[in-house]
Design a protein around this ligand. Structure first.
Ligand SMILES: Nc1nc2c(ncn2[C@@H]2O[C@H](COP(=O)(O)OP(=O)(O)OP(=O)(O)O)[C@@H](O)[C@H]2O)c(=O)[nH]1
Length: 168
């Protein structure tokens, strides 16, 4: 079911208005891929939430991150802001995914990471949205992909190649 909420938040002295599309991924892969692609294209940033008590919800994250990155990076040169969140932190006796696993996954796919309890405190969710907004601002300010050392080397060799041809 589609639910879009709006919420504004002050981040580093700036008011940011979020339009949040709360969407449940089916764990059986029954999502139509064109619908999933549309949702990914719609968003500027992503919060992927799993339950620390449900390994299946954690296991689908890696392919989801890959899908989001592949879809967004096909049309944009900016890094995609993604935050991974382990929810239900209060249910420690039912925990099956360790904090370390969550943190390692986030690190390996270059995403932010938080563990929260949506049922307990508002503060955790606030941190998540602030973290996402910070990643979003960083992505906007960062140099575009393709302007790194490889493309400088590439354009320099293009210049040299042209010179050689010119002098023939
Ligand atoms: N103890 C605890 N229960 C939680 C927490 N977050 C959600 N729940 C409970 O988990 C159940 C599912 O919560 P939802 O908010 O519907 O979770 P959801 O991911 O949006 O669910 P779907 O959209 O149906 O996938 C509800 O009974 C919530 O009360 C949490 O941090 N701790």
């Amino acid at each position: 079911m589609k639910s879009i909420y709006s919420h504004s938040l002050a981040v580093e002295g700036r008011e940011i208005l979020f339009h949040i599309w709360d969407f449940s991924y089916s764990q059986d892969g029954a999502d139509e891929s064109s619908a999933e692609e549309k949702r990914v294209q719609w968003a500027d940033g992503f919060i992927l939430v799993y339950s620390i008590c449900d390994r299946a919800s954690f296991n689908i994250l890696h392919p989801k991150v890959q899908f989001i990155k592949a879809t967004k990076e096909a049309t944009s040169q900016e890094k995609v802001p993604i935050v991974i969140v382990g929810n239900k932190r209060d249910l420690h006796h039912q925990r099956v995914v360790s904090s370390e696993e969550g943190r390692l996954l986030a690190l390996s796919v270059d995403c932010g990471f938080y563990e929260v309890s949506a049922a307990e405190a508002y503060h955790g969710s606030l941190m998540v949205f602030q973290g996402l907004a910070e990643r979003f601002c960083e992505a906007r300010l960062a140099p575009k992909r393709g302007t790194g050392i490889r493309s400088i080397v590439k354009s320099m060799s293009a210049v040299f190649a042209r010179k050689r041809t010119d002098s023939l």
